[in-house]
Design a protein around this ligand. Structure first.
Ligand SMILES: NC(=O)c1ccc[n+]([C@@H]2O[C@H](COP(=O)([O-])OP(=O)(O)OC[C@H]3O[C@@H](n4cnc5c(N)ncnc54)[C@H](OP(=O)(O)O)[C@@H]3O)[C@@H](O)[C@H]2O)c1
Length: 234
């Protein structure tokens, strides 16, 4: 893995990057910070033949995916992704975002506090979620849409200031739309898949500029950090 663009003020490195160097290059510039990490093919597909990310991601993406997890205080994920990708409890708290409050099967029975849910007061499965996760682990943030800035504030109040979202496409779009996301961290794998697949964003249109801060390359795979918003100068 080598550095192609580095506009972070971090020292440049030559040769293969160590894990410590990659971690330094991905450090949050300030806290609190919420980054969203996604992977895409060069023709813009967020999934491959399996309908999941496992059929498009590769070793370089895996490496950064796991290093970003190791740096995060909590992982914020859309319920759709948690269901599709079969999320299980991990060593970081998982914060599910769901309008229905339906807890994905593989997260049922997680140790108390390993899974939090951010949902709305009108959620169909709210009572069930409270029973499964514990009332204190269910955050009601709005009546019809989850207030994602409010969610970030609640997580920060728990001491979780370095936040990683792993998507999916609807959640990424909404985090950007509501101004809750600070950064898009994206991997572009050198593959074309055509067909009908989601992109890394989904939902109503938006148009938000991004500012490239870092670009790494390994065997044709590009891994970058883009800060979100107009005139981001951090
Ligand atoms: N390429 C990548 O990096 C990447 C990353 C993640 C996922 N994916 C792929 O994306 C696909 C899933 O796409 P998706 O768009 O359905 O993922 P998603 O955004 O994780 O899931 C959508 C669902 O999550 C909940 N949700 C998301 N945003 C919400 C919001 N703002 N407020 C309330 N609830 C919200 C809702 O759950 P309820 O239905 O429970 O209300 C919604 O139906 C899968 O195929 C997965 O493999 C790709």
């Amino acid at each position: 893995m080598r550095v192609l663009v580095n506009d972070l003020g971090e020292p440049d490195h030559r040769g293969r990057l160590s894990d410590e160097q990659v971690i330094a290059l991905y450090a949050a510039p300030s806290l609190p910070w919420l980054r969203v990490n996604m992977v895409s093919t060069l023709d813009g597909s967020a999934t491959g033949s399996s309908g999941l990310t496992g059929s498009i991601n590769n070793e370089a993406d895996h490496r950064v995916f796991h290093l970003l997890r190791s740096m995060a205080d909590a992982i914020v994920v859309g319920a759709g992704t948690a269901r599709a990708e079969g999320y299980r409890p991990t060593d970081r708290p998982i914060v599910l975002v769901s309008r229905s409050a339906r807890v994905p099967e593989r997260l049922v029975g997680a140790p108390p506090g390993a899974v939090l849910l951010a949902t709305v007061s009108t959620a169909e499965h709210l009572d069930e979620a409270r029973e499964l996760l514990g009332t204190e682990h269910v955050l009601v943030l709005g009546s019809h849409r989850v207030n994602l800035v409010g969610l970030k504030e609640q997580l920060v109040a728990r001491g979780w200031t370095n936040l990683l979202s792993e998507g999916g496409p609807h959640l990424l779009r909404d985090l950007v739309d509501q101004g809750a996301a600070d950064e898009l961290t994206a991997t572009f794998v050198p593959r074309l898949v055509a067909g009908t697949h989601p992109r890394i964003t989904d939902g109503p249109p938006l148009d938000v500029p991004l500012s490239l801060r870092l670009l790494l390359e390994e065997d044709g795979t590009l891994l970058g950090r883009w800060f979100i918003g107009w005139g981001t100068s951090t």
